[in-house]
Design a protein around this ligand. Structure first.
Ligand code: ZN
Length: 214
């Protein structure tokens, strides 16, 4: 079972990806993890990626695809895998399709966790972080015992820059521009499935299991 996870930042796709990986016993693969593994193992691809990262440059699509294709050919991927955060763009998606075709493989499901922007902005703006120990909370889903005070160390909680509505909206705009076309792409490939990400985490997961099969 080869799965691509799609969804806006803050839609909860990472959580769902982990739950899928656990249930179906397939690796949850993120590009960040692949980069780190290749760099720490000093592979040729890792060395190449590092030269870009050291200069503060984006790793080119071609190299990212090479790294992902290399990863999905490892032994633990025989039963399948779940890609989280890749592909991000149409050129990456096309390159992945081509590379998998050469291996006689294809993506089986592209799961889009659909959450309206307003909900994401609302969710993120409820997050609070401790200025001292870094603990994170949510005013609705994970509140502290005393409002605005860290349970662990008693210091002040703040709304981080990253979680402010303006910042979240900007990030969502970038997402829609760049990643939304992937939804069309995977629809045309006949593998797109959508789940309502506004529901409870467990309900979202059972909707996914209904699609993938128990
Ligand atoms: Zn604290």
């Amino acid at each position: 079972m080869k799965i691509v996870m799609l969804g806006a930042p803050g839609a909860g796709k990472g959580t769902q990806a982990k739950m899928i990986a656990d249930k179906y016993q397939i690796p949850h693969i993120s590009t960040g993890d692949i980069f780190r593994a290749n760099i720490s193992n000093g592979t040729e691809l890792g060395k190449k990626a590092k030269t870009y990262m050291d200069q503060g440059l984006l790793v080119p699509d071609e190299l990212v695809v090479d790294l992902v294709v290399d990863r999905v050919q490892q032994d633990d991927c025989k039963k399948g895998y779940i890609l989280d955060g890749f592909p991000r763009t149409i050129p990456q998606a096309e390159a992945l399709t081509e590379a998998l075709k050469k291996l006689g493989e294809k993506v089986d499901f592209a799961i889009n966790v659909e959450v309206p922007d307003e909900n994401i902005v609302k969710r993120m703006s409820g997050r609070r972080a401790c200025v001292s120990c870094g603990s994170t909370y949510h005013i609705v889903y994970n509140p502290t015992k005393v409002e605005g005070v860290c349970d662990k160390c008693g210091n002040e909680l703040i709304l981080r820059e990253d979680d402010k509505p303006e910042t979240v909206k900007k990030r969502l705009d970038v997402y829609h521009e760049q990643t939304q076309p992937l939804i069309e792409y995977y629809t045309n490939e006949g593998v797109l499935v959508e789940v309502d990400g506004t529901k409870d985490m467990k309900d979202v997961f059972s909707a996914i299991v209904d699609i993938l099969g128990a």
